[in-house]
Design a protein around this ligand. Structure first.
Ligand code: MLT
Ligand code: ZN
Length: 457
């Protein structure tokens, strides 16, 4: 086994002083955002160019050292933190952001560009970017591509893979693949960007992406509708999807989550009464969509109360009731995060059954349910569990499998769910995954603890 001294010297040959060995600085790279996954690392390497990334991968390959790529460290399944002394490969210094190609409606961004920077650059050129997330001020382009990030606008614009026109990345072999020409129609073989997007750093290290932009929508209205039952809220969501082409987001949360957010963040409920279920909807268009939204919501059955916001400040405040769920739940201790998709016709039944299924195993735990229900994605967060006790994870993910859902909607498999990949993928699919991994990362240099189930020794 190579000594740390030799490793650090070889890495310094590639990136100079950008090899961090100070344990206090390293600590900020070794714990994930939820604090559920915490590991150790001998060094954090911070390359400043694609060539340096390739050099780092090559050194690790030659020395038989494994590494974990990391972007903004906003992942929620332990996919970007080292667990067993792996080297951390931080991509945050890859901060090239080309001018927006206003004719094509595209931009090329380095892996370290943060989502909110990308959104600002797009909007300064009269365009927008189709993916939005609560962690927009820290999530990076590289991390979002590696995890195929979803977020609140998938309903209208699709996930990160749907924005991806081209990619530059360093394979586990150390070779660089670059296809950033921006041709929308380009049927020249395997679509490597689509394969690498969502591969969670197991096949390649993303260094830059060519991204599609969307027409910017200057006029927006947000409404939160209150219901008695999840099933009524989901019926309303289906109606709104049918009748409002400008619908951009459709998010669910429940009374306990709203009350937790209010107490942790210090907000007051926008409603006069306490209602069991809430649906937040946003419409965005070139002309004011408020009347169209009002007409659509007036035609809905079962709405108990509605609050509406058209100006930016009040709109953000309504969004805060939904987006602050993650921070509010984290304040109760490291949660177990089970981010799943269900067939839309079964989602209400699943949401109604999950809290009892959790309580049967862990009576003292609390289940929090919220998510992007317009696309079938519900976040099952469970607080009050030991970080290593995964009996609840097992039960909920098995239920998801039984309902015909997917055990990961948008956060990825990471460390948290690799044991249960078989609930969403067949043996043959997993064998194909392993074959692809062997071919693009033959020495197993990249992110060894995630996605694929551990193999028997
Ligand atoms: C969100 O949509 O807020 C996050 O993806 C979900 C989470 O914190 O579980
Ligand atoms: Zn989400």
């Amino acid at each position: 086994m190579v000594s740390n001294r030799v490793l650090v010297d070889r890495l310094r040959d590639v990136v100079g002083q950008q090899v961090v060995v100070d344990p206090e600085v390293i600590a900020s790279y070794t714990t994930d955002w939820t604090r559920r996954f915490e590991g150790r690392s001998v060094a954090v390497v911070r390359p400043g160019s694609t060539e340096e990334v390739a050099g780092v991968v090559t050194v690790c390959r030659e020395l038989g050292v494994v590494l974990v790529p990391q972007g903004g460290n906003t992942g929620l399944v332990g996919g970007g933190v080292p667990l067993n002394d792996e080297v951390v490969l931080s991509l945050r210094r890859l901060r090239t952001l080309d001018p927006v190609d206003a004719i094509a409606g595209q931009v090329t961004a380095g892996a370290g560009i943060v989502l909110s920077e990308l959104q600002r650059a797009a909007s300064a050129s009269g365009w927008g970017y189709g993916v939005d997330l609560a962690s927009r001020d820290s999530a990076t382009v590289g991390g979002m591509v590696a995890t195929n990030a979803g977020g609140t606008h998938v309903l209208r614009y699709g996930d990160t893979r749907a924005q991806l026109i081209g990619l530059e990345a360093v394979l586990g072999t150390g070779s660089v693949i670059s296809h950033l020409g921006g041709l929308v129609k380009d049927n020249t073989g395997y679509h490597l960007p689509g394969l690498i997007c969502g591969s969670e750093g197991t096949l390649a290290v993303v260094t830059a992406a060519r991204l599609r932009l969307i027409p910017s929508m200057p006029c927006r209205t947000v409404a939160v509708l209150a219901f008695m039952t999840v099933s009524e809220a989901l019926d309303a969501s289906a109606m709104l999807r049918r009748s409002l082409p400008a619908l951009e987001a459709c998010e669910l949360f429940l009374l306990p989550g709203l009350e937790l957010v209010c107490s942790v963040v210090g907000m007051v409920s926008p409603f006069s009464g306490r209602h069991p279920v809430y649906l937040l909807v946003e419409v965005a268009d070139h002309a004011d969509p408020t009347d169209a939204l009002a007409e659509a919501t007036n035609s809905l059955d079962h709405v108990i109360e509605v609050v509406v916001a058209t100006d930016p400040g009040p709109r953000s405040e309504l969004w805060r009731y939904r987006e602050a769920h993650t921070d509010a739940i984290n304040s109760l201790g490291p949660p177990h995060k089970l981010d799943v998709t269900l067939p839309l016709g079964l989602l209400a039944e699943f949401v109604d059954q999950v809290p009892d299924a959790v309580a049967a195993i862990a009576p003292a735990a609390r289940t929090w349910l919220f998510g992007h229900v317009g696309d079938g994605n519900i976040h099952v967060n469970v607080s009050g569990l030991d970080p290593d006790d995964d009996r609840v994870d097992e039960e909920v993910l098995r239920m998801v499998g039984d309902f015909g859902g997917s055990i990961s909607a948008e956060h990825g498999i990471g460390v948290a769910k690799r044991r249960w990949l078989h609930l969403s993928r067949t043996e043959d699919e997993i064998a194909a995954f392993r074959a692809i991994k062997r071919s693009l990362d033959p020495n197993g240099v990249l992110n060894p603890n995630v996605l694929l189930p551990a193999e028997e020794p």
